[in-house]
Design a protein. Structure first.
Ligand SMILES: Cc1cc2nc3c(=O)[nH]c(=O)nc-3n(C[C@H](O)[C@H](O)[C@H](O)COP(=O)(O)OP(=O)(O)OC[C@H]3O[C@@H](n4cnc5c(N)ncnc54)[C@H](O)[C@@H]3O)c2cc1C
Length: 475
């Protein structure tokens, strides 16, 4: 029997596995996917949001705890646990040395990224390289890894202690366990039920695309909530959702399908009408609300429209924009009502107040007398060629999860389990009730993965002591 069983194979699971192993525990990691697809959503990531009080290798200036906390407070609208959030923030300032020791390398952001050189440390080679480095390190340290091992259910003792996990009929016992199997974002039926039917009779979730892995089906999340009465946190429709290219695949489109030109133009829905302030704030602070905004539009589809002036000012997505040399031609190519489209564009262009365009600050280019207003970076869309990108809601990860505290223990009927812990997306809702700020997903997974790993190793030792067993594999 292993000391610690880790369920999941992404960043949170790997951080937990490495920490438990470093604490002397024998560790078995079960990843649902085949080896080629290992690593879940973590393979798609690029960066980690890091607190720092002075410039550090790839991080410019400083990003103090209070500023990080205020950013989080703002985007979540207060739906966060301050104690756990500050724990994540402080951990983000100290974890990178440990990450480097396990082979993760950092680099400054490329120009055109989300203006995050001060706040976010980028992984060299992206999340795929990070995950591969962690797997290499785990294997070198003697962590046992099994692929194609989706856990269906777990067995708990009457006092809420973890006893075993099941992969089909196979029972896998361990002295402690860390759940790090992601959210339920890949489960189309669950998303459909959570979002329900809207006033137009549509099932909005039918038009969602999943930006990451297909393996985060939420099987264990549902099992823990429904079968074991685990305490929950978060709402099922709250999630990180961005506007992505409507032509992206259903799963694993990743970062290159995101449409980043929203703040440089306007966005119209199927009725060819605008519906939100495209220039409300800097894109890194707003990109994660656009998935939800598009989800509320008819057909859950919209078009981000720009003119030639926007070219070169944003990271181009993988699919080319739909091009036209005139606005009426663009309307026809998008199969939108040409008269309404032209009215929307004309009204917008007329409402733009001349100013000094500067995409690096909240500039004075705004509209006047237009609803909804565009409050910054409002330049007339008048210079051919014109481009439009069709967008749909791209769901990154869901926030409904397991309630926990600073020990990462799963809570069952008001009591923390002695040997069952949770990390990553399965508990991110404790910190993120809604909204998002770039890089905090990996901060949460890294902080809680590391805590869960250490506490699981300790719990395994306690189990041995309680049962009078000789500790095995301890340093
Ligand atoms: C396109 C994209 C870009 C992103 N970019 C960033 C970024 O730059 N910075 C950032 O901070 N965050 C980013 N995120 C969010 C980030 O990916 C997550 O917050 C983070 O990776 C979550 O880590 P995790 O370990 O909890 O989940 P995952 O990495 O998804 O790992 C979950 C693992 O559990 C496995 N699993 C699922 N069910 C089972 C089961 N029943 N049994 C066994 N295994 C199971 C899966 O196969 C997977 O390996 C991005 C996400 C996406 C999709």
């Amino acid at each position: 029997m292993h000391d610690v069983l880790i369920i999941g194979g992404g960043n949170a699971a790997l951080c937990a596995a490495l920490m438990a192993r470093e604490a002397g525990a024998s560790v078995l990691l079960l990843e649902a996917s085949a080896r080629a697809w290992r690593g879940g959503n973590s393979t798609h990531t690029r960066n980690l949001r890091c607190m720092h009080d002075a410039p550090q290798d790839v991080l410019l200036e400083s990003y103090p705890e209070e500023e990080y906390w205020q950013d989080l407070l703002k985007v979540t609208g207060g739906q966060t646990n301050e104690h756990l959030a500050r724990l994540v923030i402080r951990e983000s300032s100290t974890c990178r040395g440990w990450m480097r020791r396990h082979g993760v390398r950092f680099q400054p952001p490329l120009s055109g990224a989300l203006h995050v050189a001060r706040t976010n440390a980028f992984f060299m080679g992206g999340g795929k390289a990070l995950v591969n480095a962690y797997y290499r390190s785990a294997v070198a340290l003697g962590v046992d890894i099994r692929y194609e091992s989706p856990v269906d259910r777990i067995e708990l003792a009457a006092d809420g202690r973890f006893a075993a996990a099941y992969v089909g009929d196979e029972r896998i016992a361990a002295k402690a366990c860390v759940l790090a199997a992601g959210g339920f974002e890949s489960n189309l039926d669950w998303l459909r039920a959570a979002w329900g039917q809207n006033e137009r009779g549509e099932w909005p979730a039918d038009n969602f695309l999943i930006r990451g892995t297909r393996f985060n089906q939420g099987v264990l999340l549902r099992h823990l909530l429904d079968e074991h009465g685990a305490e929950r946190i978060g709402e099922p429709t709250q999630a990180h959702m961005v506007a992505i290219d409507a032509r992206a695949p259903l799963y694993d489109g990743g970062i290159c399908t995101r449409i980043d030109c929203v703040s440089l133009g306007i966005v119209v829905n199927q009725r060819a009408e605008r519906f939100y302030d495209e220039g409300e704030d800097f894109w890194p602070k707003r990109y994660a609300i656009w998935g939800r905004l598009v989800a509320l539009q008819p057909g859950q589809t919209a078009w981000s429209v720009i003119d030639a002036k926007a070219a070169g000012r944003f990271m181009p997505p993988v699919f080319a924009g739909i091009r036209a040399d005139s606005l009426p031609e663009l309307a026809r190519r998008l199969e939108l009502d040409e008269a309404v489209f032209m009215r929307t564009l004309t009204d917008y262009n007329r409402a733009c107040v001349p100013g000094t365009f500067d995409h690096t600050r909240l500039d004075d280019c705004h509209t006047q007398g237009l609803t909804p207003a565009k409050t910054h970076w409002a330049l007339p869309i008048d210079t051919p060629p014109f481009h439009a990108y069709p967008v749909r809601p791209g769901i990154t990860f869901t926030y409904l999860g397991l309630l926990t505290d600073d020990t990462a223990a799963v809570r069952l009927g008001g009591t923390p389990s002695a040997n069952l812990f949770v990390a990553g997306e399965m508990m991110a809702g404790n910190v993120l009730g809604k909204g998002y700020t770039a890089g905090v997903g990996m901060s949460i997974g890294t902080a809680f993965g590391r805590i869960a790993g250490v506490n699981a190793a300790r719990a395994a030792r306690n189990e041995e002591a309680a049962h009078g067993l000789e500790p095995e594999n301890l340093d």
